[in-house]
Write a protein that binds this ligand. Structure first.
Ligand SMILES: NC(=O)c1ccc[n+]([C@@H]2O[C@H](COP(=O)([O-])OP(=O)(O)OC[C@H]3O[C@@H](n4cnc5c(N)ncnc54)[C@H](O)[C@@H]3O)[C@@H](O)[C@H]2O)c1
Ligand SMILES: O[C@H]1[C@H](O)[C@@H](O)[C@H](O)[C@@H](O)[C@H]1O
Length: 343
């Protein structure tokens, strides 16, 4: 049976997920949408030729009995309210990162899910579905490089918008590394420090860019992550795991090589939508399939909580310049069952 999906937030990524569900993926259709900008939501319905109703808000959308699952793709500060309302309505919910903008908000979602007694929430940490990261994890799990000792990574965007602030380097950007690296090496974080190299002239005056974040894991692995959101040349994601017996590196996206005008090289992508297009397809297809089985498997609300606690400590470290502790509540039993990361 086709799964009816409602979409809360029809901005950039909401539209992109609507496009993939309507044209690339199988087993689901969009029957309901809402956005604070209802006219924009109506335009999206027409643009993608959807047979969908535009509802005034998330509550009205969630009240529809025929909506089997929802995607929360609104602004970060609106996520918590919609996810809590979805859990209360007993609906499966895929929420883009961040699950909530505070660790307390994520914890409220975790507690609501525990009270419900069953996993309903999947968080949009799509890198776990990227074939490059999956290969990297396989190499680590198979001990091809021995015990991991250090990780070096870089998260570069060509440019940041006018509303982007220094803390968003953590909460909006590094949040992907925060999730994927603990999944990659099956470890959790202990402490963090943030330092600032010389600032690029391309960053707006209110911003620190680039930033370098050092995270120590409980197992003693040292992570160095560069965040550079005005690098100009492309959307570039790098990750290298240095182990006792060798080094494993995230593959570059496949691309033809060009010999042209005295140069030999490959193109670099400019947009996150293209860099992780297959990962987004896989994560949303997995959500659809697992909702239909009644058994959501992707990144959990607990993963969203861990990311938020870690991000809070990173933001504190941005301000203090000191090493800051990262301390988590005890993992609830609900999240001990097999997930994608353990499958
Ligand atoms: N996984 C990823 O790689 C990835 C990529 C991009 C964005 N995101 C996340 O997705 C979310 C949306 O990002 P975006 O780039 O699409 O932003 P956007 O600004 O393009 O779209 C957000 C939309 O949400 C709407 N909105 C705000 N509050 C709402 C509410 N209470 N109810 C309904 N609609 C509401 C806005 O009107 C807007 O149309 C953010 O949390 C962002 O961090 C994730
Ligand atoms: O919302 C986007 C998205 O998550 C991208 O993957 C990231 O590179 C950007 O920095 C962020 O602003």
């Amino acid at each position: 049976m086709t799964l009816n999906i409602g979409v809360i937030g029809t901005g950039a990524i909401g539209k992109d997920h609507i496009r993939r569900i309507s044209s690339n993926l199988s087993g689901a259709r969009i029957t309901a949408v809402t956005d604070v900008n209802q006219e924009a939501a109506q335009v999206v319905v027409e643009q993608y030729g959807l047979d969908a109703v535009v509802y005034p808000d998330d509550k009205a959308l969630l009240a529809q009995a025929d909506v089997g699952a929802v995607l929360v793709t609104s602004w970060g500060p609106a996520h918590e309210q919609s996810v809590l309302a979805a859990i209360e309505a007993g609906k499966y919910v895929f929420c883009e990162k961040p699950l909530a903008t505070t660790a307390e908000g994520c914890r409220r979602i975790v507690d609501a899910e525990i009270r419900h007694g069953k996993r309903l929430v999947q968080v949009g940490f799509m890198r776990r579905y990227d074939s490059g990261y999956v290969q990297l994890k396989q190499a680590i799990d198979e001990r091809l490089i021995g015990e991991p000792l250090m990780i070096r990574c870089a998260h570069r965007n060509p440019e940041s918008g006018p509303n982007y602030t220094s803390d968003m380097a953590i909460t909006d950007t590094l949040i992907h590394e925060i999730d994927v690296l603990r999944w990659l090496i099956d470890d959790d974080y202990k402490s963090v420090q943030v330092t600032y190299p010389r600032k690029t002239r391309h960053a707006l005056s209110h911003m620190r860019d680039p930033q370098v974040v050092m995270i120590e894991t409980r197992g003693g692995v040292l992570i160095t992550a560069e965040i550079f959101v005005n690098c100009r040349y492309g959307y570039d994601i790098q990750c290298e795991v240095i182990g006792e017996d060798g080094i494993a590196k995230l593959p570059e996206p496949s691309s033809i090589s060009l010999r042209k005008e005295g140069m030999y090289g490959t193109r670099i992508l400019m947009d996150w939508k293209d860099r992780f297009i297959e990962a987004y397809d896989r994560e949303i297809q997995d959500f659809i399939d697992s909702v239909k089985r009644g058994d959501v498997q992707g990144p959990t609300a607990w993963d969203g909580y861990v990311a938020a606690v870690t991000a809070d400590a990173c933001v504190k470290a941005q301000e203090s310049g000191e090493w800051e502790d990262i301390s988590l509540d005890e993992k609830p039993d609900l999240y001990e069952s097999r997930t994608l990361s353990e499958a």
